[in-house]
Design a protein around this ligand. Structure first.
Ligand SMILES: [Zn+2]
Length: 124
């Protein structure tokens, strides 16, 4: 009986898959729920960040995102005092804790303007 020990097929396929999805999440500063992602950042009217002042003289710095799955919309949509011509806005709050995080702007398409101060891991 001969044991053939020469046919060892070593298939060493060390695949390195990068998993860095989580650190691209942008989260609620209060409850740490995932709100949106870095890759959902969009430029509206040429820039991602906008500084906007509302009729009661409060100034917000908002970043624009094409999606914000962690937000839910409350209240009626309105064109009144809108910051983006042609877009109606609706308040967006954190679905986790209810903190007001920004607004959803709707025209033929919609985007979210989120208050960067109220989010973590934001880059402006
Ligand atoms: Zn929250």
């Amino acid at each position: 009986m001969i044991f053939d020990m020469t046919s060892e097929n070593e298939t060493s396929s060390a695949e390195q898959t990068e998993q860095s999805a989580d650190d691209k999440s942008i989260i609620c500063k209060i409850c740490k729920a995932a709100i949106t992602r870095q890759e959902d950042r969009v430029s509206i009217q040429g820039q991602h960040c906008h500084t906007c002042t509302n009729p009661t003289d409060i100034t917000y710095t908002i970043g624009c995102f094409r999606a914000a799955p962690g937000c839910r919309q409350i209240g009626p949509a309105s064109f009144e005092h809108t910051w983006f011509q042609g877009y109606q806005w609706q308040s967006s709050v954190c679905a986790g804790c209810g903190e007001h995080l920004g607004w959803c702007f709707n025209n033929t398409e919609c985007f979210y303007g989120l208050i960067l101060d109220r989010l973590l891991s934001q880059q402006c």
